[in-house]
Design a protein around this ligand. Structure first.
Ligand code: BGC
Length: 372
């Protein structure tokens, strides 16, 4: 939150906190009929369920906290939901504490997906099921399931939106673009980038697109810690080094927080705002899209992801393993095994389809309607 505050100001953070409550309250998440009678094959119906969340690097994590607490309670479980704002070792300690409390399922949104092998093993040794939530756990056999929006698809939608947005503004290329990726310790960052490159690479190869800075590899374009200030700084540097006279037509941004930082930089540099992509449908970005600044975002409804995770926990409680929602057993090789995954479908959102895309989200729909 502090980091976000540095970039977008206190008002936006207050809005984030408020909308966090509002959107959570709308959800009726869970899917829980509040099973209380105990179960034969799984584990007790009131068992402790640990949820280890990362840092509050985007609004989706803030929303998830309330949704998990309410939804797990409603379903009859005892939730233990923790943020690790202090970093990796804090998250390691939190997971260890969940094991000590005999959590039967530990749901993990990792800060660094490659740094939790010891804790995942300890969880499995204690008899718990380990679910990677939103972000995959890497290089460990001790992760049972993965649940997330289809990350590769997210990247592909972003790449396509970038092309579509630029074309709508200027029918013919070549287009000057810059690329941004997320934090390299988050397994998702590479997948989002690869998805976008599925769409952009052929256009780079045929000359329709030009990355003026020449920075096209994942390692050159990452944003450590998903921090807005890092993206803003990099954009400042890119602008002064490459766009004194050239026009910047588009920027691939992996999420909304970074999109707004990029737009802030461009505005400060006195340049016209290019087509900028995003992800997460954050309140401030939906406002920006409606105001004609940010071009696109992705709707990955946190309410649905949390509700489906709780359904997965309920299936495990009843002794159903694998849980019935698993729909991908190929894509997510974590370096040691292919993790069975339940993938949800992301939706691209621009000003043109915002009303339809947020039809079931009262908070975001109100923003769209207020913008006329
Ligand atoms: C999530 C994104 C989010 C990013 C930063 C990723 O792992 O999938 O939705 O924008 O983390 O918090």
């Amino acid at each position: 939150m502090r980091l976000i505050a540095k970039v977008v100001g206190v008002t936006a953070v207050a809005a984030l906190a408020l909308t966090g409550c509002g959107r959570a309250a709308d959800s009726g998440s869970g899917g829980g009929s509040g099973s209380t009678g105990g179960s034969s094959a799984g584990f007790p119906a009131n068992a402790t369920i640990g949820v280890a969340l990362p840092q509050k690097t985007s609004e989706n994590w803030v929303l998830a906290e309330g949704l998990f607490n309410d939804g797990l309670k409603q379903a009859g479980f005892t939730p233990d939901v923790q943020f690790a704002n202090g970093g990796v070792s804090e998250q390691q300690n939190q997971i260890q504490a969940m094991i000590t409390k005999q959590a039967k399922v530990i749901v993990i949104g990792a800060i660094d997906g490659a740094q939790l092998g010891t804790q995942a093993k300890a969880a499995k040794d204690s008899g718990a099921t380990v679910i990677a939530y939103d972000r995959l756990l890497k290089n460990t056999p001790d992760v049972d399931y993965y649940i997330a929006y289809d990350n590769r698809k997210v990247g592909q939608l972003q790449g396509q939106a970038l092309l579509d947005g630029m074309k709508a503004k200027k029918p013919n290329g070549p287009y000057n673009i810059e690329l941004f990726a997320g934090s390299p310790d988050d397994a998702n960052a590479q997948v989002f980038f690869d998805g976008a490159m599925d769409v952009l690479k052929p256009k780079l190869d045929d000359g329709t697109l030009k990355v003026t800075s020449g920075q096209t590899s994942f390692n050159q374009v990452v944003t450590q810690g998903w921090k807005a200030e890092n993206a803003q700084k990099r954009m400042d540097t890119l602008l002064s080094a490459n766009y004194a006279s050239a026009t910047l037509d588009g920027v691939l941004s992996p999420n909304d927080t970074l999109a707004r930082a990029i737009i802030t930089s461009v505005k400060a540099g006195g340049k016209p705002i290019p087509i900028v992509t995003g992800q997460d449908s954050e309140v401030e970005s939906v406002k920006s899209i409606m105001a004609g600044e940010q071009y696109s975002t992705i709707n990955k409804d946190t309410r649905a992801l949390v509700a489906d995770t709780i359904k997965m926990v309920q299936a495990l409680q009843k002794g159903q393993a694998p849980p019935p929602g698993i729909n991908d057993t190929k894509q997510y090789n974590n370096g040691v095994k292919v993790v069975p995954a339940q993938l949800l479908t992301p939706v691209i959102v621009t000003k043109a389809n915002a009303k339809e895309a947020y039809a079931n989200d009262p908070t975001l729909l109100a923003i769209v309607n207020a913008a006329g």
